[in-house]
Design a protein around this ligand. Structure first.
Ligand SMILES: NC(=O)c1ccc[n+]([C@@H]2O[C@H](COP(=O)([O-])OP(=O)(O)OC[C@H]3O[C@@H](n4cnc5c(N)ncnc54)[C@H](OP(=O)(O)O)[C@@H]3O)[C@@H](O)[C@H]2O)c1
Length: 254
């Protein structure tokens, strides 16, 4: 199958693209920054301006939409960019679009999550048959955040956020299943095997990496923090991931 992966250079894309290519699919990655992914062709396309997007989707039998810009121009890239991508896919008669979203976008009042929810609606309102998969935070993402926090003498983490992270390789396997089965609408949320807290994740990370600097868990103010404390970004009934945080830190990958 000819598959276009937007954002195929990112954390999830890096696990999905080689998997698709190894299964014999013809994979193209759409990138706005020109980054390359081994084992796949690439094409330049920018969701912010729309440049190159029509060319990127042309001929695709499935578009997997992973591109996202949480830190800059989120409304334009994630919401308007998704609308534009869906419209270009319709014009190109693409038969299926898979969108990866985040567990809790409808429960946690975080600006980025609101944009993701609006992007989901753009996918649902479009004329291209769709599948949406919401996943919890990737271990690789939590690892980046904690590495960042360990750059300073005292590691400060939010206290009591309930989280259920998952291996992005296991999410990639689910996305690949979506590509093969065709449009299925809204899928059950996809979470990791353990519901835990931000401070327990950080403590385990410190132990796994023999980091000795002090860790302080502080209550973060605000509605987003309260929603995360109530488990708004978890899906305890959907523990589909098998690999635990400790196993992931020891090198296990799905
Ligand atoms: N990270 C998590 O924990 C997590 C959890 C659940 C769901 N998700 C969702 O899963 C998807 C993939 O997440 P990820 O963590 O793999 O993302 P990521 O590592 O941040 O990668 C996002 C990609 O988006 C592309 N991009 C950014 N701006 C763009 C633009 N203007 N035009 C075209 N492409 C653009 C970038 O590619 P180039 O720089 O090559 O253009 C980048 O590789 C996202 O939709 C995210 O919301 C993430």
């Amino acid at each position: 199958m000819k598959v276009l992966v937007t954002g195929g250079t990112g954390l999830l894309g890096a696990r999905l693209v080689p998997r698709l290519a190894a299964a014999g699919h013809q994979v193209r990655v759409m990138t706005h920054s020109g980054r390359k992914v081994v084992g796949a062709g690439s094409i330049t396309g920018d969701l912010l301006t729309g440049a190159g997007v029509a060319e990127a989707v042309a001929g695709a039998e499935c578009v997997v939409h992973l591109a996202s810009s949480p830190r800059a121009e989120t409304q334009k890239v994630d919401v308007l960019g998704t609308q534009g991508l869906v419209e270009m896919a319709r014009r190109a008669s693409v038969p299926h679009l898979v969108y990866v979203s985040i567990v809790g976008v409808d429960r946690v009042p975080y600006a980025y999550y609101k944009a993701k929810l609006a992007a989901e609606k753009a996918v649902q309102a479009g004329a291209v048959p769709w599948t949406i998969l919401r996943a919890t935070q990737f271990f690789s993402y939590i690892d980046i955040l904690l590495r960042d926090r360990a750059e300073v003498p005292v590691m400060v983490v939010p206290k009591g956020w309930r989280l259920q992270p998952v291996d992005s390789g296991e999410v990639a396997a689910k996305v690949m299943e979506c590509v093969l089965t065709g449009a299925r609408g809204m899928l059950p949320e996809f979470g990791g095997p353990e519901v835990t807290t931000s401070e327990l994740l950080a403590q385990a990370w410190k132990a796994a990496h023999a980091v000795h600097r002090p860790l302080v868990a502080l209550p973060f103010p605000g509605r987003v923090s309260r929603a995360l404390g109530k488990g708004g970004a978890t899906c305890p009934d959907n523990r589909f991931g098998r690999i635990s945080w400790t196993q992931w830190m020891a090198g296990a990958r799905g």
